[in-house]
Design a protein around this ligand. Structure first.
Ligand code: HEM
Length: 511
């Protein structure tokens, strides 16, 4: 078994007998993303390297151009993410876009894409900015005009929970005041990516076969039941009272009636929300799938709403935490961003709540957010399953064939921190994005690339920009006494997190 790569003359990470790379995941000396990306640093002169999970060979892509080629031109060879969840044990996650596969994924993705156009996100943005603005006003009252210290991961996950609960599940909650409301508690369990859930998620990607064999579920049973009940009740209430609200439930109900499509009036000018916006690709449904159309039962609608929550909340919270950390430790960058914010205030009806269009044209905000996504990629590793044998040429001219069924990892974080693509990569320098032609754009992939890229990039970016706008309008950010500088990362978390939290002093500005 372990001579698989030797025979093919492909560099590979030497496995720990029987465990392969999995051993390092469980000893947790390094973060799981770094363990999975180890070959990238060991073998700089190849487009791909090998690794073993238990006794099964898998690949790691080293060349961003190869990732792009696999994800776009040769997509038919890599249509799926690797995890396989069971519909029985994970009724929501197994139906969610990230985890569906084959024809079902195609139906899902092409059905959902019209819900993520610039025009639709702009409509939802009204709910988002209201939720963020109201929360900030409550923080201002709480501060009584004096500086106070706060852990920002907790704060942003509460704000994110409220915004996403409103947008995804059609329910308004206030987790700053009502700290233990059920949507916050269940939302935390839904989007939790560390502890046991994180371990199980990790297993679905590195040992999908074993995970399925053990008949494990990732999400807690009570979480599945809570959201199914909440969304079904919400749907019945809307139908009975003919309620329309610009949120995902509304769009998914339109999909149920076959009325969700790219509309004539879609305004393309709203599609780009900054340099990092993921490209939109058209996904065709396969011929065989047409007769077996997705019916958008309540469980499908709930699963989609839950997947937007699951996919969006941790990632966007992570982006906000690390961006805030960099702003706190780089006061000149914070001052420049604040000057840009103050400069657009007079265009806003109330002088503080940002609009979609105003955020769209803030260039320095975009540079700061792009650099935060580069320096601290919230999603450091993605993957593809090879669905059809794939042959390409390596740097030394030899042909390599990835066999059907093998897993391929893509080290997004390693691309972002490679000095060959981004000189002085550990330095937080938004000015890199002043001229994006100055670097290899294939290597900047915070939302992945190709047909299976992130469907929610517009929403994630707009949410992050809106929260940063509100935060810096009302407060200056300074390192708090408990903040470790430089940040010490939590190597045991499945996501990207600070070991000792993001403790900041929030100093009120008088606006
Ligand atoms: C800063 C915030 C975010 C980051 C950094 C991020 C990053 C990513 C990445 C790297 C992928 C995998 C792409 C690939 O395999 O090529 C992904 C997939 C996905 N993301 Fe996001 N994401 C963010 C926000 C969101 C939001 C707000 C939503 C939903 C509203 C969302 C929903 C999804 C879904 C459903 C997928 C799976 C797409 C598919 O398999 O077709 N994400 N995201």
């Amino acid at each position: 078994t372990y001579d698989y790569f030797e025979r093919r003359n492909i560099p590979y990470v030497k496995p720990v007998p029987f465990f392969g790379q999995v051993w390092s995941f469980f000893t947790q000396e390094k973060h799981a993303v770094d363990v999975a990306s180890e070959g990238y640093h060991l073998f700089p002169n190849t487009r791909i390297s090998g690794v073993f999970t238990l006794r099964t060979p898998a690949y790691l892509v080293h060349d961003p151009a190869l990732y792009k080629q696999m994800a776009i031109r040769d997509f038919d060879h890599f249509t799926d993410h690797v995890s396989e969840l069971s519909l029985e044990h994970d009724p929501l996650l197994a139906r969610s876009l990230f985890f569906t596969q084959g024809a079902r994924w195609r139906q899902h993705r092409s059905g959902l894409s019209p819900a993520f156009t610039g025009s639709k996100i702009r409509n939802m943005f009204v709910l988002l900015s209201k939720s963020a603005g109201d929360a900030m006003k409550r923080l201002v009252v709480y501060s009584r005009g004096k500086p106070f210290t706060m852990e920002l991961r907790d704060l942003y996950s509460r704000l994110g929970n409220d915004a996403m609960t409103s947008i995804s599940f059609g329910v308004e909650v206030d987790s700053l005041t009502d700290r233990d409301n059920e949507f916050f508690i269940k939302g935390k369990r839904l989007a939790k990516v560390d502890g046991l859930t994180g371990l199980k998620l990790l297993m679905t990607t590195i040992m999908p076969g074993l995970f399925k064999f053990l008949r494990l579920g990732v999400l807690y049973k009570d979480v599945n039941e809570f959201y199914l009940e909440a969304v079904s009740t919400n749907i019945r209430h809307r139908e009975k009272h003919n309620i329309q609200r610009p949120d995902f439930i509304h769009l998914l109900l339109q999909a149920r009636k076959n009325q969700l499509s790219m509309e004539q009036g879609e305004d393309e000018a709203l599609d780009s929300v900054g340099f990092s916006t993921a490209e939109t690709h058209k996904v065709e449904e396969t011929a065989g799938a047409a007769g077996d159309r997705l019916k958008w039962l309540d469980v499908d609608i709930t699963a989609s709403a839950a997947s937007f929550f699951f996919g969006g909340i941790e990632t966007t919270t992570t982006l906000l935490c690390f961006a805030s950390y960099e702003l706190a430790v780089n006061p000149a960058i914070q001052a420049r961003l604040r000057a840009e914010i103050d400069g657009v205030r007079e265009e806003l009806a109330d002088g503080v709540t940002p609009t979609y269009e105003v955020l769209q044209k803030m260039t320095y905000m975009d540079m700061v957010v792009s650099e935060a996504l580069r320096r601290w990629a919230p999603f450091g590793l993605t993957n593809r399953k090879c669905t059809k044998d794939y042959t390409f040429t390596n740097t030394d001219g030899t042909k390599i064939t990835i066999e059907r069924g093998l897993n391929v990892s893509i080290p997004l974080k390693a691309f972002h921190l490679d000095e060959k693509f981004f000189p002085d990569p550990l330095r937080f320098n938004p000015d890199r994005f002043a001229d994006p032609t100055s670097f290899n754009q294939d290597a900047f992939v915070p939302f992945g690339t190709g047909l299976r890229n992130c469907i929610g990039s517009r929403l994630g970016l707009m949410q992050a920009k809106c929260f940063l706008f509100c935060m810096l309008s009302y407060f200056s950010l300074e390192p708090g006494p408990k903040l470790t500088i430089p940040l010490e990362l939590d190597e045991t978390s499945a996501g990207l997190n600070a070991k000792h939290g993001f403790w900041m002093n929030l100093v009120p500005r008088h606006v």
